[in-house]
Design a protein around this ligand. Structure first.
Ligand code: FBP
Length: 553
């Protein structure tokens, strides 16, 4: 393998463990906490998880290790989208497992959950693990989005587990994967398989967090990577003074990534989907809000700026969601073929006009033709519009342009408007993990093994007090069922981990809201620069602004 100087240097980095896990395996004991109850729908969740519900929260402490000596054969999978630090979870798990007993075994199942079904695995050894320490990516075993949720799949996993003598399975994933980890844990317990299941909280989206889980891993590095790029663009904009940059950032539905990048870079505009939904904003209102900033800045001679757009924005605009629902309906069944057979866009437009309600047609009519056509081209396997593929950064800049033309005619806007578009997502998911993510992930993996060693199942590896130095982090475990409630999914009531959206009364949003009017008009950009791996702690061990604001003492 060709190694960059940074990769060689990162191999040598020793991740920081929480103080309480540093004494060595033989000196880690358990402190039992309170019995838990799910965040809502307690009776229903209890009934669905009779073997794993209501268990105690636990914390590890320095003290005599009292876990039973038992050979461990652990299987691990990476599930869903890549997030920086995944390799370190596996490294931490491996190191704790081998430090406990050299004969313990760690198997990595390849390509995500499907690796467990297909029994496609690799056995880790020192050389294998060493080549991935402190590196980004999920290429150590690959990842995938197959969902492990049906009884048939669980039966196959049980057979695979039996074949290898697995004592535990570690699932590294987001809210859905950890929901499925809880269901698998319950199945394994109900069927007396002896296989424990432990989850680890991953996702760059930052939406797997709650009163117990302070952050999902990968959010720190991904947002720092996007913020570096946004800061560089801001500096370019401020140098050339001729473009407005519309930058879409990943994050699926929730706007945590956009908000964190805004706190880091102080752009002129950052939209927050959750606020758009709460205020029931229309596309024209959003465009008008952006145009106000462009107008004020342009009239002062500043014909440049930066707007951050969260990936999920259009889903939060009520009139747009209604339009999407109507389009899905309009093209249901044989109608898709009928529509596709129409000779040209004019004929298709007429078909659409006849099929949509007046209200939705008025929204459709203001969209640029590129977006109108995208809505009918990009369909998922069920024939639905793929909202995530809509180029909302282009949609919004086109609407802003229209609005500015009106204002020009009315004589209020005197500037020039030139827009450029960007989408940052994949650029940040496999970056070398920041020191924070390298330390956090290694700790999550190490801690996951301690949970296995002490016999827990259906728990999420929990490392908290993250806004403080690693020495003061607190390691332990939380029953996954505590984070669950019942939600309607595909027409059925399902037990799921509650997804965390941006809280409009939370400190990160409040800080942003208190400053954004100033940022909209002034050039208040901040340039965070590249992630620093070596140097003073105040530069290298910075947490996200979100975490710092959420945990201000
Ligand atoms: P997870 O929820 O699996 O962590 O994935 C996060 C994410 O990066 C989203 O931000 C994005 O919308 C999605 O994955 C993209 O998925 P894909 O990698 O399948 O294109």
């Amino acid at each position: 393998m060709n190694l960059s100087p940074l990769q060689k240097a990162r191999y040598e980095y020793v991740p920081k463990l929480p103080g309480m896990l540093r004494a060595g395996i033989s000196e880690i004991c358990v402190k039992d906490g309170e019995a838990t109850a799910s965040v809502a729908d307690q009776d229903k969740i209890k009934a669905l998880f009779p073997n794993t519900y209501g268990k105690n929260e636990i914390t590890f402490m320095k003290g005599q290790n009292t876990s039973a000596a038992k050979k461990q054969v652990v299987g691990v999978i990476l599930s869903g989208g890549q997030a920086p630090g995944g390799h370190n979870v596996i490294c931490g798990l491996y190191d704790a497992l081998k430090a406990t007993d050299k004969s313990n075994v760690l198997l990595g199942f390849k390509g995500g959950p499907s690796g467990l079904i297909d029994d496609d695995f690799v056995e880790f050894d020192d050389a294998f693990i060493d080549a991935y320490r402190n590196t980004g990516g999920f290429d150590i075993i690959g990842s995938g989005r197959t969902k492990l949720e049906t009884e048939d799949q669980f039966k196959i996993v049980t057979e695979v587990a039996k074949k290898h003598g697995l004592t535990a399975i570690v699932i590294i994933g987001g809210d859905d994967s950890n929901t499925n980890a809880a269901v698998l844990a319950e199945y394994m317990a109900a069927n007396n398989t002896g296989v424990q299941v432990i989850g680890c909280p991953k996702t760059i989206d930052g939406d797997l967090k709650n009163e117990d889980i302070e952050a999902s891993f990968g959010f720190d590095t991904a947002t720092k990577t996007y913020s570096e790029l946004i800061g560089n663009i801001e500096r370019d904009a401020n140098s050339a003074k001729k473009y407005w940059h519309f930058i879409k950032v990943m994050g699926r539905s929730a706007s945590h990534v956009a908000l964190e990048c805004a706190l880091e870079t102080q752009p002129n505009i950052c939209l927050i989907g959750e606020e758009v939904a709460a205020k029931k904003m229309s596309l024209s209102q959003i465009a008008s809000q952006i145009a106000d900033s462009v107008e004020k800045r342009g009239n002062a001679g500043n014909n440049f700026g930066v707007a951050i757009i969260p990936e999920g924005i259009v889903e939060f605009v009520p009139e747009f969601s209604k339009l999407i629902a109507e389009i899905n309906e309009l093209l249901a069944g044989a109608n898709t073929e009928k529509f596709n057979a129409l000779p040209d866009w004019d004929a298709k437009y007429k078909f659409i006009e006849e099929g949509l309600t007046k209200e939705s047609m008025s929204v459709f009519a203001i969209l640029p033709q590129l977006i109108q056509q995208q809505l009918f081209l990009e369909r998922d396997p069920h024939g639905n519009v793929q909202v995530s593929l809509i180029e909302s950064e282009k949609l919004l800049s086109a609407l802003v342009k229209d609005e500015l033309e009106k204002r020009k005619k009315a004589g209020t806007y005197k500037g020039k408007f030139g827009a450029l578009h960007h989408f940052f997502g994949y650029e940040g998911r496999c970056a070398f993990p920041s020191n924070f993510d390298a330390d956090y992930c290694y700790s999550l993996g190490y801690n996951a093994f301690m949970l296995i060693q002490y016999g827990y199942t259906g728990y999420l590896s929990k490392v908290s007090n993250l806004s403080k130095p690693a020495e003061d982090w607190v390691a332990g475990g939380m029953p996954i069922t505590k984070m669950m409630n019942i939600e309607r999914r595909n027409g059925e009531d399902k037990p799921v981990i509650r997804k965390a959206l941006v809280e409009l009364d939370g400190e990160p949003f409040k800080y942003f809201a208190a400053n954004r009017d100033k940022w909209a008009v002034e050039t208040a950009f901040t340039y965070p620069g590249a992630i620093q791996y070596y140097g003073p702690s105040e530069v290298c061990d910075l947490t996200t602004r979100t975490l710092a604001l959420e945990h201000m003492a």
